[in-house]
Design a binder for this molecule. Structure first.
Ligand SMILES: Cc1cc2nc3c(=O)[nH]c(=O)nc-3n(C[C@H](O)[C@H](O)[C@H](O)COP(=O)(O)OP(=O)(O)OC[C@H]3O[C@@H](n4cnc5c(N)ncnc54)[C@H](O)[C@@H]3O)c2cc1C
Length: 102
């Protein structure tokens, strides 16, 4: 079977996390969706180990719950280690600290 770009309502270029989620969202809204990826090996590169809560809620809204069948425990947050060697802090505290210093 041969498909042409004109056969689709939406063409998403790049099957990284953003492209995949965009393509899935369009497909779930019944748009005829084509997802194109230039590098078939790109899914093999290490590009993430943490899913942030906001990303998780986007995935859940699309019917994907990676935490449901994960072999790993959920993290309880992360800390940032400031360049100035001050003690590690959660991101929100670091942001406030750097705003105060400006
Ligand atoms: C080592 C590492 C660790 C990371 N850890 C985390 C983490 O723990 N948590 C987190 O949230 N984020 C993490 N990130 C960041 C996260 O990987 C990126 O934010 C995310 O990959 C961005 O997704 P994207 O879809 O916008 O772009 P990309 O992942 O870059 O995907 C773009 C895709 O488009 C394709 N493409 C480009 N041009 C074309 C074209 N002309 N035609 C067709 N295809 C094309 C590329 O081949 C690629 O597959 C990490 C990144 C790295 C490098």
């Amino acid at each position: 079977m041969t498909s042409r770009v004109g056969d689709f309502d939406v063409v998403v270029i790049g099957a990284g996390p953003v492209g995949c989620v965009a393509a899935l969202a369009y497909a779930q809204s019944d748009a005829r969706t084509l997802l194109l990826e230039a590098n078939p090996n790109s899914a093999r590169r290490l590009a993430g180990e943490w899913l942030h809560p906001r990303g998780l809620s986007v995935l859940r809204s699309l019917g994907i719950d990676p935490a449901a069948d994960s072999a790993f425990d959920s993290g309880r947050g992360f800390a940032m280690f400031p360049d100035d060697q001050s003690p590690p802090c959660p991101p929100s505290v670091c942001e406030q600290r750097s705003r105060l210093e400006r």
